[in-house]
Design a protein around this ligand. Sequence first.
Ligand code: MN
Ligand code: MN
Length: 326
Amino acid sequence: MSKSRIPSATQSPRFSGIRTFMRLPYEPDSSQWPNTDVAVVGLPFDTAASFRPGARFGPSGIRDISTLLRPSNQFHKMNAFDKLRVVDIGDLTAIPGDIQRTFDNISTAYHDLAAVSVIPLGLGGDHSVSLGELRGLAAHHGPLSLIHFDAHCDTWDNYWGLKYTHGTIFRRACEEGLIIPDRSIQVGMRGTEYDPADLDASRSLGFEVLPTVDIVKMEAEAVARAVKSRVGQNPVFFTFDIDFFDPSQAPGTGTPEVGGLTSLFGLEIVRRLGGLNFVGFDVVEVLPAHDVAQITQLLAATLAFEFVALAALGPPVWNSASATAK
Ligand code: MN
Ligand code: MN
């Protein structure tokens, strides 16, 4: 019997019904969260973007096309929704133009989720939302490892004197002690920079940086090995900026960079990250208004689907007591 209660597509067509992620139950009531393993969370905030706005419509766009996905994972030969109870708790309150109050709302909800052993799976939103997520999770788990797939390091110091933007959050996360840079890795960096030393600035914070120019010489398995050996069994947050992919694969995003990887290669890496101690995930920077035929939104939805499998494969070290009870 499935734990997640997704309607069968052979009974109810996939294009029908209210749009939650994969037509999962909508569960905004926090008193029900202790019975949950993974909570899909919409983070519709985009006023920290440095170029195109529009990611506030990412969560609804991802949910819309996610109804196409079937629950069983072909790579893992597993239906993760049978193993875990997954719900969609709806959108958190994002306040356009007020990043600190938005961070507070995200951080509070993420802390509450972590406190009852729920793994949040965030749908962005521009990348600034990850700082709110990390604040809430680190308040419960302590400093985290970070797996960060992105064309950009997002470790610049400021934009226009603003310290909190979608391009500066991981420098702030280091300064706030939310992550352990020397157990964290940034994957996929490419494109033009402001300064030749930009990637080195991220490395001097302690991050391992694996740029796209190196990844293309590797097998997906080797990339996954590099990520896993960096993180070990630390509690880890996996953040995935959709601009990691080539714009031909993911055009609906705010700061695209040419010369990126295909959806196939990126998914091949992600699928090989099972066995880590994941405490949260997000997929961010999806802009439906710039998308073509929903392909970016479908890719983001598919990543979220793969994250559920990774949650099911992860060693339930930190929540083993409650996992047994669930
Ligand atoms: Mn980013
Ligand atoms: Mn980016």
